[in-house]
Design a protein around this ligand. Structure first.
Ligand code: NAP
Length: 489
């Protein structure tokens, strides 16, 4: 049987879901066991992508999927190589750069699971000291290797979030939750120190459409309503009255109920407040002449057109604020191979990567946000990953019933035709154990990390956390590198 030696670019949740699914569908006790190898490459030194560097610290239960990932990593057919950047430019000087061309000769299959790592910016709000993308906030409080500057919270009393998705609410919660409540979670001590010095008193969460179109989910809205030291500024009853009687989805009804009820704490009883500012779209930000003054955000008032798109009414207003945080979603990187600028992610059909002419690139796949764009929670990432595994197995074992899920449905005639015309870019036969010499050298130098390194860092972070009475205390690469070097046997 021809082998599947799969290089996965990216070691986030989608990548691990694909890997663990493949390993369990081709079990070590089964006939195909010895012809499967999976190598996960990530430019970050630690695995799990968005689970480590995206999930809000006060949602520790979301990170439970790492138990499944850890279990997959006990299978000797899976290897992890951290600090290896597959591509042309590496954002971290210490990550080993390796071109895709240098990787290809070693693998029969490649999967892109590189996510959507670029924040979408607002044309009227270029980044400045008064305007940052939400991703910088998330990367700050998760101590991401990109090391964004900490936000100047000690000089910030009013924050404006643009966008009403779950990332926006994650950031709002981090700004409004009392730091003592956050202290037991995986919030790095330097982050807690800054949150303790925060002067934030109000967070405006601005959306260009109305309550029925808000992208956040009810669980996250309820968490906002239950914040211990904050209250929501009540919505104009006329706004809620307007949407009564419309035929609503379950999610919309629950959202409306929550909005009508308002926050657990009544306005006027708390030091901190927050508001949902619907039907407002930014058109510009005037920065102050003196740093002690506020910036002035201009907001066009909007309404919905018949297709539920936001359109200006012609009216506008201004909002004085210290910091604008844009949270408008994310796209994949322009330099990602097979990136489609019109889509904001890679071009795929049923998980198979296709080139600009629509031709399938044989045995090259994409999964997760790299394939579908930045939407959905981890459960949808898992379902997508399983569907991509179905495609991989169907392509590799045509006619055989290797997979046990019908998530992706039967192969269509169009899929078959696309496969027949596929571009060949990968070898059919490879040394199953070989890795590129650069990676081999990087492992020896301690520049490239493996899963055993991660296990040791993980245990040490948890141990350090226990000493401080919290979930874990994170290391950055410098600390992790020193720790690994000192403790290497
Ligand atoms: P999102 O859900 O797509 O929300 C983006 C928000 O930005 C929407 O309110 C959108 O409004 C707005 N927006 C986009 N372009 C705009 C523009 N030009 N002007 C004004 N507003 C604009 O993105 P996200 O919050 O980054 O989340 C991404 C995915 O991750 C989502 O599926 C989310 O549920 C998931 N996630 C889940 C959790 C969790 O489970 N706790 C946490 C974080 C993220 P329109 O609707 O009008 O476009």
């Amino acid at each position: 049987m021809a082998p599947i030696k799969l290089a996965v670019v990216g070691a986030g949740p989608s990548s691990f879901y694909v890997a663990s699914r493949l390993l369990s569908l081709l079990p070590r006790s089964g006939p195909h066991a010895s012809s499967l190898k999976i190598h996960l490459y990530d430019r970050l030194w630690a695995p799990y992508g968005l689970v480590r560097y995206g999930v809000a610290p006060d949602h520790p239960e979301v990170k439970n999927c790492t138990h499944k990932f850890d279990e997959a990593a006990t299978d000797p057919r899976l290897r992890f190589f951290g600090n290896v950047n597959i591509g042309t430019t590496s954002p971290f000087s210490y990550a080993l750069p390796l071109s895709l061309e240098a990787l290809m000769p070693y693998y029969t299959h490649i999967l892109y699971s590189t996510g959507c790592t670029v924040p979408i910016l607002h044309p009227a709000l270029p980044p400045s000291r008064y305007c940052i993308p939400a991703l910088s906030m998330v990367h700050w409080y998760t101590q991401h290797p990109s090391k964004p500057s900490p936000p100047p919270l000690d000089r910030t009393s009013h924050v404006t979030l643009i966008g009403q998705g779950n990332v926006s609410l994650d950031v709002a919660r981090m700004l409004l939750t009392p730091p003592d409540h956050l202290a037991k979670y995986d919030v790095p001590m330097p982050v807690l120190d800054i949150l303790r010095r925060s002067a934030v008193q109000h967070v405006s969460i601005v959306g260009r459409r109305g309550p029925l179109q808000a992208a956040f989910t009810t669980k996250e809205l309820r968490e906002m309503m239950n914040l211990p030291d904050s209250s929501m500024v009540p919505l104009d009853p006329a706004l809620l009255a307007q949407v009564q009687g419309a035929s609503l989805t379950r999610q919309q009804s629950r959202t409306l109920q929550l909005l009508q009820k308002g926050s657990k704490n009544k306005p006027g009883t708390t030091a901190k407040t927050w508001s949902l500012d619907f039907f407002r779209s930014p058109t510009g930000l005037t920065t102050p002449v003196s740093p002690s003054d506020k910036a002035r955000l201009t907001l066009a008032h909007t309404t919905l057109d018949p297709s539920s798109r936001a359109v200006p009414t012609g009216e506008s207003s201004t909002l004085d604020t210290d910091l604008v945080i844009t949270s408008l979603g994310h796209r994949s990187e322009l330099s990602a191979p097979w990136y489609d600028p019109a889509l904001g992610h890679l071009r795929t059909v049923s998980g198979r990567v296709v080139n600009a002419d629509g031709r399938v690139v044989r045995n090259v796949y994409a999964s997760g946000w790299a394939a579908m764009g930045a939407r959905g929670v981890l459960a949808s990432t898992m379902m997508d990953a399983y569907a991509v595994v179905d495609t991989i197995l169907r392509d590799h074992f045509p006619g055989e019933d290797v997979q046990t899920t019908a998530a992706s449905g039967p192969e269509s005639a169009a899929d078959k035709a696309a496969e027949a015309d596929a571009l060949e870019v990968l070898p059919k036969e490879v040394d199953l154990d070989a890795i590129p010499p650069e990676v081999e050298a990087g492992l020896k130098e301690g520049r490239v990390t493996d899963f055993e390194d991660w296990r040791r860092v993980d245990a040490e972070e948890i141990r350090r956390g226990e000493e401080l009475g919290k979930e874990r205390e994170r290391m950055d690469w410098e600390e992790a590198h020193n720790f690994l070097t000192k403790t290497r046997t």
